[in-house]
Design a protein around this ligand. Structure first.
Ligand code: PRP
Ligand code: URA
Length: 205
């Protein structure tokens, strides 16, 4: 399933995110805001369990999240998303994967993986940009190999090429995105996109 968020706040915050005049500190804030909106949508079907609560007035049955959750940001740019999603789900576990794209081949190169021996049943892979889909497909494959049963991919901007690759390779993975852009250019950058998300987050342009 692909979910493209259609919401005035998403459109509004995407405008500043895409603007090349937006400085890194505002860019980071926009990534956080859009990550919260993505996470709100992507967590809509999380399982709940009843808990007994006592309000100042009386006892009642409430609902709480029923199972462990993992957030898996793909370094570096995914780090821009994980703090916001973690604020929303403070009990989530955060596990990191590191990939960079080879500039010539555009293939992902893995440089970091940190998983425990006990995977959570549900995980959200976080990466603002889904371009060729190489990094996302590799990341999702590693999360599956770890043993996670239900995986969603949260990206702020997706290219049709990347979505098609993820859907073909991992048809069981839901993709949540704020925007589906037009195409990739000859350097495998998303057009119109926003440029290099990692560099804009970390001020390393
Ligand atoms: C970017 C982005 C994704 C990847 C997307 O990372 O954050 O991880 O490229 O491209 P793909 O879909 O073609 O794989 P980058 O390699 O620039 O590393 P960074 O996050 O460290 O800047
Ligand atoms: N990575 C980015 O940061 N931007 C793109 O457009 C493609 C890959």
């Amino acid at each position: 399933m692909i979910v493209e968020l259609k919401h005035p706040l998403v459109s509004h915050h995407l405008a500043a995110l895409r603007d090349k005049a937006t400085p890194p500190h505002i860019f980071r804030e926009q990534v956080r805001r859009l990550s919260l909106l993505l996470a709100y949508e992507a967590t809509a079907k999380l399982p709940l369990r009843p808990v007994d609560i006592e309000t100042p007035m009386e006892k009642m049955e409430c609902m709480q999240l029923a199972c462990r959750l993992g957030l898996v940001p793909i370094l570096r740019a995914g780090l821009g998303m994980s703090g916001a999603v973690h604020d929303l789900i403070p009990q989530a576990e955060v596990w990191h994967l590191g990939f960079y794209r080879d500039e010539a081949t555009h293939q992902p190169v893995e440089y970091y993986q940190k998983f425990s021996s006990s995977p959570p049943p549900i995980a959200f892979v976080l990466d603002p940009m889904l371009a060729t889909g190489g990094s996302a497909c590799e990341g999702v494959a590693m999360v599956k190999e770890w043993g996670v049963q239900t995986i969603s991919l949260l990206c702020i901007i997706a290219a049709p090429e990347g979505m098609a690759k993820v859907q073909a390779t991992h048809p069981d993975v839901d993709i949540f995105t704020c925007a589906v852009d037009e195409h990739l250019n000859e350097n495998a950058y998303i057009v119109p996109g926003l440029g290099d998300a990692g560099d804009r987050i970390f001020n390393t342009l």
